[in-house]
Structures are given as structure tokens and as C-alpha cells.
Design a protein around this ligand. Structure first.
Ligand SMILES: [Ca+2]
Length: 346
């Protein structure tokens, strides 16, 4: 057993170095910042495995204007005014916007007032910028949507030719075991189910990092003490986010703060942090109790029912093609250590 642990430890330690030595992955983060969005963005900007090409902002946790302002303040904090930050859609495709100040504070950033941004917004429309960058770097760009999927749905609807040109799409959204909005739906999918349906059916394999795994990947006070021990502009800011987010999560029955969006970014940094399984996932857009649910087929098939006189008879099964790599579990301890070390670095 000792030898096993030693080897595992060695593998864990050598991974970041090996990954960093490779060419960084180009990523676009589509975001509705958002407390956990802010953490996810800073994690990405501090990770040598990733080259963030742009942030595109979608309405979600906060209104679109507030999200854009927050994104610009975050890149300013990180000293990254070179990074394009583009506004996107103002509202979901087919329903009213649902904002989440309850979870994210009045300004979406836990009420923490960052200095005014030194960075300016890019004039391009978010979905158009996604299309442009995917064509500029064919087969190289990984999309990381960590808000409702409205911008991504608009991009693939306007230019379906980007689908085979995208290297990967890692979304924070959905769940295969109950929702965090209600019994069925996770917030990003619930925020725009029609957009989510377009994205899951676009013809690519979606890597789905759902709320059910995010809720088992939690920042607790034990880990937070380590983060608080180091002072710097970014670590102090993230510690302040947790001052709001951790008690809010605990009051709502969680054992700590779910690390939803940062786990999606971490999956792009190091896929060995999570366990994935190919499945076919449909998005419920109707349903009395289930609108916005990601309905995952774990068997890979549906029963084939054929009408025989006055009744149907099962004649076999119809195979389903997987459209998603569904995250089943994470190595929470290794993820939290990675997250803290990257944020403490700044
Ligand atoms: Ca988000």
C-alpha cells in the first residue's frame, strides 16, 4: 500500500509540471460573474496549462451590464487588460432572466467593491467573438461556458461550422442526480433550457461538469485557512468572496461552499481531476416539475415499443449515441489544493 501511495503522490506532483511543459490550451470562458465565476476566471488566468483568449459575458447570476462590469474589474485585478472581454446576450432565448443575488451578493461579487476597472470592453458581440476565434484557431479552442448557455447557442446557431472546429466544450451545468434550483434542474440549464438543448444537440461531445459533483467538491474552513494565510490582491479578494459565500452555503444546508465553476476550469486544466462517463443527455424544455433537467441515459439505449393491435410491445432496444462526457466524481482534495496554490500565487 505504501508503494501505491508513493507512486500516486509522485504522479500527482509531476502532473502540473508535465502539463505546463506542453503548449497551453486556448480557452474562451463564457461567464455570468458571479462569485464562483470570479474564482474560476482567476484560476484560469493563473494556470500555465491554459491560454485564455477571451471572456464573453452572458446574463445569468446578474444582469448583462453588471456581469460585464464585474468581468472587466476581474481582468483589471489580474493585470490583464490585454484580454478581450466582450458583452453578449441580455436575456435568455425564450424566458425571462433569473438573477441570483441571493447566492452572489447584490453586485454578483459578494458585495465586495473592487477598484474601477482600468480595462475597456471589447466592442464585438460575445457570440461573434467566439465564432471569430474558433475560425482563427481551428481545432485548438476549448469553450468553457460557466453560465446559462445563451451565448454558445447563438454562436452555433449563427455558424454551425464552428462545431467540428472546437477542440472541446466543458460546461458547468446540469446534474444527473437532482437539481440545485428545484428537485430537477441545475441553475445554468434552468436559466435557459432552450439554449442548453441547442448546445447539447449541436453535434459535439459536451463535457458536463454538473452541480451534483460541484456540491461534493466544497471549500471548507479547513482549506480556507490555508488560503487566508497568504496575502495578495487576488488571494485577499477570493478570501472576501468566501466570507459571504461560505456562510450562505452553510446556512442553506451545504457542508461548505460548492466549487461549481472553478471545477469546470480545473477539468480543462487537468482532466484527471474528474471521472467522466459517456452518456446521451437530453434537456427537458417542458415538464410540469422538470423544465431545465438534464436527462441522462445511463444505459445507452431506449426501449423500442411497437404497436401490436391495441397495445405496444417491447421489441428490443434502440441504441443512443452519446453526446456528453458526464462528470461522475472529482478528486476534491487534489482540486482544492490546486485551486488554493494557484490563487495564492497572486
Ligand atoms: Ca457562473
Amino acid at each position: 500500500m505504501k508503494r501505491f501511495f508513493a507512486l500516486t503522490l509522485l504522479a500527482a506532483l509531476s502532473l502540473p509540471t508535465a502539463a505546463a511543459a506542453q503548449t497551453p490550451r486556448r480557452v474562451i470562458i463564457d461567464t455570468d460573474p458571479g462569485v464562483d465565476d470570479a474564482m474560476a476566471i482567476l484560476l484560469a488566468l493563473n494556470s500555465p496549462e491554459l491560454k485564455v483568449e477571451a471572456l464573453t459575458v452572458v446574463s445569468g447570476n446578474v444582469e448583462a451590464w453588471q456581469g460585464l462590469e464585474n468581468a472587466l474589474k476581474l481582468v483589471s485585478l489580474a493585470g490583464r487588460c490585454d484580454l478581450p472581454v466582450a458583452g453578449g446576450t441580455q436575456h435568455p432565448l425564450n424566458q425571462k432572466l433569473i438573477t441570483a443575488q441571493f447566492w452572489h451578493g447584490r453586485n454578483g461579487l459578494a458585495g465586495v467593491e473592487l477598484p474601477a476597472s482600468k480595462c475597456k470592453a471589447d466592442s464585438r458581440f460575445g457570440p461573434d467573438l467566439i465564432i471569430e476565434l474558433v475560425h482563427k484557431y481551428p481545432h485548438e479552442v476549448t469553450l468553457i461556458p460557466i453560465g446559462p448557455l445563451t451565448n454558445i447557442a447563438l454562436a452555433v446557431s449563427k455558424d454551425p461550422s464552428i462545431v467540428p472546429l472546437v477542440k472541446d466544450i466543458v460546461i458547468m451545468g446540469g446534474s444527473i442526480s437532482g437539481g440545485n434550483v428545484d428537485g430537477a434542474a441545475e441553475a445554468n440549464i434552468y436559466g435557459d433550457p432552450e439554449a442548453a438543448s441547442i448546445v447539447f444537440n449541436a453535434g459535439w461531445m459536451v463535457t458536463m461538469v454538473g452541480s451534483d459533483v460541484g456540491e461534493r467538491t466544497i471549500m471548507t474552513r479547513k482549506y480556507l485557512t490555508d488560503l487566508q494565510a497568504q496575502h495578495g490582491p487576488e488571494s485577499d479578494f477570493v478570501a472576501k468572496l468566501f466570507d459571504f459565500y461560505l456562510p450562505r452555503s452553510e446556512q442553506s444546508g451545504y457542508a461548505g461552499a460548492p466549487m461549481y465553476d472553478p471545477l469546470a476550469v480545473a477539468t480543462a486544466i487537468d482532466p484527471t481531476l474528474v471521472t467522466l462517463k459517456d452518456m446521451h443527455v437530453d434537456v427537458e424544455t417542458k415538464g410540469e416539475f422538470t423544465r431545465g433537467e438534464t436527462v441522462a441515459n445511463r444505459m445507452g439505449s431506449n426501449e423500442k415499443n411497437v404497436l401490436h393491435g391495441d397495445h405496444y410491445e417491447i421489441e428490443g432496444v434502440i441504441e443512443l449515441k452519446p453526446n456528453a462526457r458526464v462528470c461522475l466524481a472529482s478528486d476534491a482534495d487534489r482540486f482544492l489544493k490546486l485551486f488554493i496554490s494557484r490563487i495564492k500565487g497572486k
